[in-house]
Design a protein around this ligand. Structure first.
Ligand code: HEM
Length: 402
């Protein structure tokens, strides 16, 4: 990556003093009886974050740093975003108090970069996971806390495993459902989704709930850039998970609740992910293809094998989605939030709505992915049941019959 001197200095600051100052503050907050309070005792650290960050931002703004290639500009956007997110986390800015962001230069730089790159003008998950360059083995993070590392390590692994599953499914498109190699690709997708489940499980076991809830999650709150509030980043801001939903057919782009979610997340993804997602919204799903072929082909060798492999992918996808909701969201968000006073519960989600609104929406997504037996959402449980019922026990491939 080609960095200007100013961009490099800013990056050094983010990796160095910025992470140190946030860590000092987290330790102060975490030692209090009320861990959500922002005490005056951290004021000198907060002041340094604002002032030192501002000095870097104004230099970059003067330089007009948008023409050093996509990667360098995207990286600078991530750094400005981390600075703005930290200001939000420490209560230096608060979108409910302000009409426009008080971080005027940072907003100007972020808006310029975001608009020119075709992404949202704030830090996105990819800045901290899939596009987070390590130096000497260490990648960028808000703090030096071990639990933040654990969170990002496993988010990155989970995202890449989802992307591997999506890649395998996309490759089936030009081959078609009756191609023998489609069965291999479906097995690859299944195995990648089983890896997602393995990483989810390790994250569930290793992450400390309180450190995550009080010291990591707050950096993912919505914040204002210029006039508008941009929702927080979440690990789902990449195309792969939705490509899997759509290509399998467990979620459909003509379901307004689902496509609303897609429309809202486009700019939070890298431009190449935006293209991939758009493309998969136009495709016929594997489930629809199999349902169309079922009447005439159900006793053929290829149909039996492809359907079996397809159902295994659906099962692995549903399992990982259930784990996300029933383990990760429940343990690390829902339960610790119950301990907060009702007023504080309004303010803990990355997307902005209170938990009481977000949780049922996440539950619906889980149930679509599980193809659960629900009639209040467009679950595909009937079609999957039909497919399952036409799998023949002890099926003998046609070429061996007679
Ligand atoms: C401590 C671990 C995690 C917690 C507590 C958690 C929690 C959440 C929450 C609360 C949301 C909704 C965001 C909002 O609107 O506020 C969300 C979204 C999402 N998360 Fe996680 N998450 C975790 C880890 C992961 C991992 C490892 C992945 C795998 C890549 C992942 C994938 C997603 C996806 C795809 C979405 C978007 C909604 C969807 O399509 O299901 N999350 N997560």
């Amino acid at each position: 990556m080609r960095f200007t001197r100013n961009a490099r200095d800013f990056d050094d600051w983010i990796r160095g003093p910025f992470a140190d100052l946030n860590t000092e503050l987290e330790d102060i907050y975490f030692a209090q009886d009320d861990r959500t309070a922002i005490p005056t005792s951290g004021e000198r650290f907060r002041r340094r974050i604002v002032d030192e960050g501002h000095r870097h931002v104004t230099r970059l703004l003067r330089e007009g740093n948008t023409d050093e290639g996509f990667d360098a500009a995207f990286d600078v956007l991530g750094n400005v975003g981390m600075y703005m997110a930290a200001c939000r986390r420490h209560g230096i800015t608060d979108p409910s108090r302000e009409q426009t962001s008080p971080l005027k230069d940072a907003s100007a730089l972020a808006l310029h970069l975001g608009a020119s790159l075709g992404v949202t003008p704030r830090f996105a998950t990819s800045h901290l996971t899939t596009h987070n360059p390590a130096r000497d083995g260490r990648y960028k993070a808000f703090t030096r806390l071990e639990d933040e590392r654990i969170f990002f390590d496993y988010n990155t692994r989970g995202v890449f495993a989802y992307k591997r599953a999506a890649d395998a499914l996309v490759r089936t498109l030009p081959l078609g459902i009756s191609h023998p190699v489609t069965q291999d690709l479906l097995r690859d997708a299944r195995d990648a989704l089983r890896d997602v489940a393995r990483w989810n499980n390790e994250l569930f076991e290793r992450l400390d709930t309180d450190r995550f809830f009080y010291c990591v999650r707050p950096y993912f709150k919505p914040y204002r850039v210029g006039l508008h509030v941009y929702r927080g980043a979440n690990a789902g801001d990449f195309a792969g998970i939705n490509e899997i939903d759509l290509l399998l057919g467990v979620c459909r782009a003509d379901n307004p609740a689902y496509s609303q979610l897609l429309v809202d997340k486009f700019l939070y993804m890298m431009p190449d992910d935006q293209l991939r997602l758009r493309d998969s919204m136009r495709r016929r799903s594997l489930l629809d293809e199999l349902m169309r072929a079922m009447p005439s082909s159900q006793s053929t060798d290829w149909f039996q094998k492809t359907t079996r492999a397809f159902l295994e992918v659906c099962e692995a996808h549903g399992h990982a989605a259930a784990q996300h909701h029933d383990q990760l969201v429940s343990k690390f968000i829902e339960r610790p939030a119950e301990a907060l006073p009702p007023d504080d519960q309004e303010d803990i989600t990355a997307s902005g709505p209170p938990l009481s609104v977000l949780l049922p929406a996440l539950e619906k997504l889980r149930d679509l992915r599980l193809a659960a037996e629900r009639d209040d959402i467009p679950s595909r449980y009937r079609e999957l049941r039909q497919l399952r019922s036409c799998l023949m026990a002890g099926f003998i491939p046609t070429r061996l019959q007679g």
